[in-house]
Design a protein around this ligand. Structure first.
Ligand SMILES: *[C@@H]1O[C@H](CO)[C@@H](O)[C@H](O)[C@H]1NC(C)=O
Ligand SMILES: *[C@@H]1O[C@H](CO)[C@@H](O)[C@H](O)[C@H]1NC(C)=O
Ligand SMILES: CC(=O)N[C@H]1CO[C@H](CO)[C@@H](O)[C@@H]1O
Ligand SMILES: [Ca+2]
Ligand SMILES: [Zn+2]
Length: 644
């Protein structure tokens, strides 16, 4: 039937020597298998050789029985395809996902019933019992035969177990003396995850094991060249670590090491309260992720890629990103790269990518806290709440070669990755990099927020023309303005978007509560020069600037917008902007969007700020009698509701 087995095109090329992949962001190490582990998705799913009628989904056989039948068939297939006895394959877990109907089977290779820790496989089977994808890192059959075998007395040899503990202590830099090891006792216990017995070593010093214990058992591990060696597996918990190590006692080395604790992340960046290089210096921020928004941190692995965003360079302006350049963290998860602003931006591309990664994650977490979460269709690879569609982290291109003096953001529906492109700005010599100016990134990210929230997560065609398209630009400026507020700002402070990269305003006027500095009124939309989205957006953002200051003057200022203190003006502002987007119809007019904001405020505070908001809108001509007029005549009206 199949030229391509269920393992697809995966080759087990075993050519070179035992490489070890060092993960610089932590002390973790793991053998880099030359055969690799490639995930294969089958365009034509492969039917399993089982009697499907026995597990017809229409017949309510118990789900466990189905999983067992399917798992057995998978073990058989793997055995045939890889020429490995079925006795060398163990199913570690298997379940059918209730929503998708897909059965996920996870397996490990074994020798005499003991696991080869890093020789694993997973196979996904659809509801009709067809294999839809699979992957494996199994060792070649010959390696199983040639491996030195663990004797039956292996576990009882607590002396070599103690040697393993000693090797681990040295590796992680913790003192563990021979006297301390001699004082330790050991006892056999049963493992919770397999039938394999374990040795529990007790009375260890607290510096090495926080509860005085380490669990050890015998396993095998596959080395980089595909050969298999017996090891001691050691699990030991410390204050900030929970190590899972595989140690080759005869070879005197730690072969693999992982830490079940989340890694630390640090970034040397213009922090969120620093708008650009013109506004302050870079600082080291440590573990900046907000737990509620990014419970597992920002980084997955050791480069600028994670659950919310993947940031990379893109010198030729292409649209693929997986293999583009991303900086790798230094030891301890530290992203720290030099910037020399007297040089062209490409000289500091790693710092720029790091900054872009940081700023996008800041926008992810901020907008999450204010309700652009998984259910609302935000941008995440994995949606921890189980709501919304995942698989759609932001693909952010730093120093994108596709353009200059601009930036853009494309928002497909929920479940598909948006794209952010940041260009180099050529107004100055040397050129400047938009990645380093937070309001440009915030502006672009907010396009994603407004497009996903207006009209629901699966419709991103609700802000694409007329007034609605212009307001899309306006919200982006407005959120950038909220993010850059400092406690020293007052309603007399004017904001200029893009002042670092462009050295002057990229808009017609600064954002200002002065009608002289910024004369934008609703009626300006009738000006033939105001048909373009950014011009329309500028009028909308100016109205929102008035609303923002009205709310801050009435409610005070939250120094930390991330604290989500909804008694404070700037926090109320951001909240009602996002809530208003959720409320408003597809292709809203200025009037619709204003009304949605007023309804959102009513829902949030019971209408405490109703008059302040109306007064701010009315100041710019969007009073209660302003006509709804998408494309027609926009007459200014300064009326506020009676009672205000
Ligand atoms: C960042 O790296 C530089 C070397 O490139 C080093 O001198 C500096 O101390 C590092 N900064 C921090 C905060 O670790
Ligand atoms: C109303 O406010 C509550 C919390 O105050 C919020 O959960 C809800 O989403 C809001 N509803 C609307 C329609 O804005
Ligand atoms: C990747 C993805 O979409 N993950 C899940 C997000 O949450 C929904 C609801 O539970 C799941 O159906 C998705 O599989
Ligand atoms: Ca999503
Ligand atoms: Zn824009």
């Amino acid at each position: 039937m199949k030229a391509l087995g269920i393992l697809g095109a995966l080759v087990l090329a075993m050519s070179s020597t035992g490489l070890t992949e060092a993960h610089s962001s932590s002390m973790a190490i793991r053998p880099k298998l030359v055969g690799g582990q490639k995930f294969t998705v089958f365009d034509t799913p492969i039917p399993l050789p089982i009697d499907s009628s026995a597990i017809n989904p229409a017949v309510p056989v118990d789900a466990k029985a189905k999983v067992e039948i399917v798992s057995t068939a998978i073990v058989g297939l793997l055995s045939t395809e890889l020429k490995i006895p079925t006795s060398n394959i163990r199913v570690t877990s298997a379940y059918t996902d209730a929503a998708s109907g897909i059965t996920h089977i996870y397996l490990v290779q074994t020798i005499d019933g003991k696991d080869i820790a890093n020789s694993v496989a997973n196979v996904n089977v659809d509801a009709n019992n067809h294999v839809i994808s699979s992957s494996h890192s199994f060792a070649p059959a010959a390696s199983l035969v040639s491996a030195a075998k663990i004797g039956t007395d292996g576990l009882e040899s607590s002396d070599t177990a103690k040697d393993a503990l000693s090797l681990l202590a040295t590796h992680i830099g913790v003192s563990l003396t021979k006297t301390e090891l001699d004082a330790a006792t050991s006892a056999m216990i049963n493992s919770v995850v397999s039938d394999e017995p374990q040795l529990l070593v007790e009375s260890l010093p607290a510096a090495f094991a926080i509860d005085g214990t380490a669990k050890v058992n015998r396993e095998y591990i596959q080395q980089g060249d595909g050969s298999v060696v017996p090891v001691w597996r050691v699990v030991v918990e410390q204050k900030d670590h929970w190590w899972n190590a595989h140690i080759d006692v005869s070879g005197q080395k730690v072969i693999s090491l992982s830490d079940w604790y989340a890694q630390s992340e640090s970034y040397f960046v213009y922090a969120k309260d620093t708008l650009s290089p013109a506004d302050g210096s870079r600082v080291m921020v440590v573990d900046p992720a907000f737990t509620s928004a990014s419970p597992k941190g920002w980084v997955t692995g050791d480069s600028t890629s994670g659950n919310n965003v993947w940031a990379q360079s893109n010198p030729f302006g292409g649209s693929t990103w997986q293999n583009n350049h991303r900086p790798t963290a230094q030891s301890g998860g530290v992203f720290n790269y030099t910037i020399d602003l007297t040089k062209a931006p490409k000289a500091y591309v790693d710092a720029a990518i790091t900054q872009l990664f940081y700023s996008n994650n800041i926008m992810h977490d901020l907008s999450f806290i204010y309700g652009f979460d998984e259910a609302a269709g935000n941008f995440q690879d994995e949606n921890y709440s189980g709501e919304g569609v995942g698989g759609d982290y932001v693909v952010a291109f730093a120093q994108d070669g596709g353009g200059t003096n601009n930036a853009n953001f494309a928002t497909p529906p929920d479940g598909q990755n948006p794209r952010m492109r940041m260009y180099i700005w050529t107004e100055t010599k040397p050129n400047r990099d938009g990645d380093l100016e937070q309001d440009i990134v915030a502006h672009e990210f907010t396009h994603g927020i407004s497009n996903r929230l207006t009209g629901g997560p699966t419709n991103t065609d609700c802000l694409n023309d007329g007034e609605s398209g212009g307001m899309g630009e306006g919200w982006s400026d407005a959120v950038a303005n909220i993010l850059r507020l400092k406690s020293t700002d007052t309603k007399h402070t004017d904001f200029i978007l893009g002042d670092y990269v462009y050295t002057k305003s990229i808009r017609n006027y600064p954002y200002s509560t002065s009608l002289t500095t910024n004369p934008s009124m609703y009626s300006l939309l009738d000006d033939p020069n105001y048909e373009e989205v950014h011009a329309i957006g500028e009028v909308w953002a100016e109205m929102l600037y008035e609303v923002m200051w009205a709310l801050i003057d009435k409610n005070g200022f939250a120094k930390d917008i991330f604290a989500h203190d909804l008694t404070k003006g700037n926090s109320i502002m951001l909240q009602i902007l996002l809530d208003g987007m959720k409320l408003q119809p597809c292709n809203p007019t200025f009037i619709d969007a204003r009304d949605a904001i007023i309804q959102a405020e009513k829902n949030l505070t019971g209408g405490k700020n109703k008059c302040a908001i109306w007064t701010a809108f009315a100041k710019r001509g969007l009073g209660v009698n302003a006509p709804r007029s998408d494309g027609g005549s926009h007459t200014d009206d300064s009326t506020v509701p009676s009672g205000c």
